[in-house]
Design a protein around this ligand. Structure first.
Ligand code: NAP
Ligand code: MG
Length: 403
């Protein structure tokens, strides 16, 4: 008897190899076992182009309404992609659009497997990164300075009052400058999302910045974080979650010799750089899951990797591929488990766990895609194709469902 998912999940389809995997996962690992209604949005680049990107906005609004979404990787077009797909323009990153509408924070967590040892020997448990995905250098203004002159920061209050000016630098020759910003509202909701996540997962919470050098900008982050932690002290204590603040360079040094098992809240740039470091340190980008959490607890699940373009082109040429679907499957299980939790349907949560276990057992028994054979120990000399891997998972899932 099929398991019924009570309320709908917002499904966002995507591009290239991950779009192919998306369909296979649904056909082989979901549809045979669960009966669910999804609210489907095609976020492929051509569909975004056709709708002038309105479909992305609609999908984000649907997540806000229904509370749970799952997204396939999508192309963020650059000029090459505009030519390749004959697009009207280089549409913005769908993830950026969705994040903006939901006001969410992205948490990335590696999937750990017995035979995929982290490159860093001390890591025994996952290290989760929460990246403040707003502002800083990602929303900057920059200038090349052609020659001698004075660069200033100027703030003009909207409600009148005195102009504030600061000299950035008196140039005696050519150079560069950059202006960046963040907002109180965004930093606060970032801090709250991290606190919510830490409480829900019962993980210690770390935050780090460089407030010894940036005594106003970085110190502002530190102070808001501290204030939010104080405001949530009771809930944090009840969950047994400790908060730890340190300097970013000290945090990096500690992370390398720590056993893991904590949430590392990062400023935007730190989160960008450190999440890639962690992804490769834990084994593979294809084992990294990603969830967007907003301050009201709406969640969107996805794989951290992109559309795996190179494999897609190989497939179009008729060559066999060996693309790892693990993170895509875990995006679905994350969404199903969350849906089941909200709907209070334990059988749905249980199915999600069974599917995750089937994936883990498949890889741990030595059946895996090519990306993992490079990092697995003990080594295996054979790898599965994209399709074979999904069918190997299905075999284990079938057995688990019959038991
Ligand atoms: P990518 O799709 O993550 O792939 C980069 C490389 O990593 C692949 O060529 C492959 O290496 C390896 N890889 C990634 N995922 C894998 C998997 N599941 N199984 C096996 N190997 C995997 O990044 P990209 O090629 O830089 O970007 C392609 C497109 O994805 C771009 O248009 C970008 O805009 C988009 N993107 C989307 C998202 C998102 O929607 N969340 C995130 C990042 C990028 P080998 O070629 O060596 O096998
Ligand atoms: Mg990065």
């Amino acid at each position: 008897m099929a398991i019924t998912v009570k309320n709908p999940i917002v499904e966002m389809d995507g591009d290239e190899m991950t779009r192919i995997i998306w369909q296979m996962v649904k056909d082989e690992l979901l549809s045979p076992y669960v009966q669910m209604e999804t609210i489907y949005y095609d976020l492929s680049v051509t569909s975004r182009d056709r709708t002038d990107d309105q479909i992305t906005v609609e999908a984000a609004n649907a997540i806000a309404e229904h509370g749970v979404g799952v997204k396939c990787a999508t192309i963020t077009p650059n000029q090459d992609r505009v030519k390749e797909y004959k697009l009207k323009q280089a549409w913005p990153s769908p993830n950026g659009t969705i994040r903006g509408i939901l006001d969410g924070t992205v948490f990335r967590k590696p999937i750990m497997l017995k035979n995929i040892p982290p490159t860093v020997r001390s890591w025994k448990k996952p290290i989760v990164i929460g990246r403040h995905a707003y502002g800083d250098v990602y929303k900057n203004q920059e200038l090349q300075i052609p020659g001698p002159g004075k660069a200033e920061l100027i703030f003009t209050p909207a409600e009148g009052g005195e102009l504030v000016r600061r000299c950035v630098h008196e140039f005696s020759g050519p150079g560069i400058i950059q202006g960046i910003h963040s907002t109180e509202k965004s930093i606060r909701s970032f801090a709250r999302a991290c606190i919510q996540y830490a409480i829900s997962q019962k993980l210690p919470l770390w935050f780090a910045a460089k407030d010894t050098i940036s005594k106003t900008y970085h110190a502002y982050f530190r102070d808001i974080f501290q204030a939010e932690v104080m405001a949530h002290q009771d809930a944090l204590e009840e969950a047994g979650v400790e908060y730890f603040y340190t300097l970013i360079d000290d945090a990096v040094a500690r992370v390398i010799r720590h056993e893991g098992g904590f949430l590392w809240a990062c400023m935007n740039y730190d989160g960008d750089v450190m999440s890639d470091m962690l992804a490769s340190g834990f084994g593979s980008l294809a084992l990294m899951t990603s969830v967007l959490v907003n301050p009201e607890g709406k969640m969107e699940f996805e794989a951290a990797h992109g559309t795996v373009q190179r494999h897609y082109y190989a497939r179009l040429r008729g060559e066999p591929t060996s693309t790892n679907s693990t993170a895509t499957i875990f995006a679905w299980t994350g969404a199903l488990a969350r849906r089941g939790e909200l709907d209070e349907t334990p059988d749905v949560v249980d199915f999600a766990h069974k599917l995750e276990t089937a994936v883990i057992q498949t890889i741990e028994s030595g059946e895996m895609t090519k990306d993992l054979t490079r990092v697995c120990s003990p080594s295996v000399d054979q790898y599965l194709t994209t399709e074979e891997f999904i069918l190997a998972v299905r075999k284990r899932l079938d057995a688990a469902m019959e038991a």
